[in-house]
Design a protein around this ligand. Structure first.
Ligand SMILES: C[S@@+](CC[C@H](N)C(=O)[O-])C[C@H]1O[C@@H](n2cnc3c(N)ncnc32)[C@H](O)[C@@H]1O
Length: 112
């Protein structure tokens, strides 16, 4: 969770309650940042527009605001992963135990 100056993190329930109290049907969340405010409005069933200059915010708003779960087909249970190494088996077996390395022969000599 991103915390920064100006965050509405603790105000989200209050803003949601205010919107619900006036039975708002639409909302615009300017400077949406994390989109947490927009997400609350969307959760309440409002039509939401979120705007921000930051790229990270665009990613979050594409995911949480612009996309409707009902419009996204459910993912298959298992997505095959193509590695480009078809010689590698799908299931990995445990790595073999390491071969013990013989201890180095004791150095023979005399310290001066
Ligand atoms: C305090 S944060 C937003 C907080 C957000 N409401 C929350 O609770 O997470 C301010 C946001 O304003 C955005 N911002 C700053 N200058 C902007 C500009 N000129 N146009 C659009 N967004 C801007 C920043 O990218 C940042 O995400």
């Amino acid at each position: 969770m991103i915390k920064y100056l100006g965050s509405k993190r603790t105000l989200v329930p209050v803003l949601g309650a205010m919107a619900a109290a006036v039975d708002a049907g639409t909302a615009v969340d300017l400077f949406t940042g994390t989109t947490r405010v927009a997400q609350e409005f969307k959760r309440l069933g409002m039509t939401v527009t979120a705007s921000d200059i930051a790229t990270y915010s665009e990613v979050l708003s594409d995911c949480y605001i612009a996309t409707d779960a009902t419009a996204v087909p459910s993912a298959p249970a298992k997505i095959p992963i193509r590695t480009g190494r078809e010689d590698v088996p799908d299931t990995m077996s445990p790595a073999p135990a390491p071969t013990p390395v013989p201890k180095a022969a004791a150095t023979v000599g005399t310290a001066t």
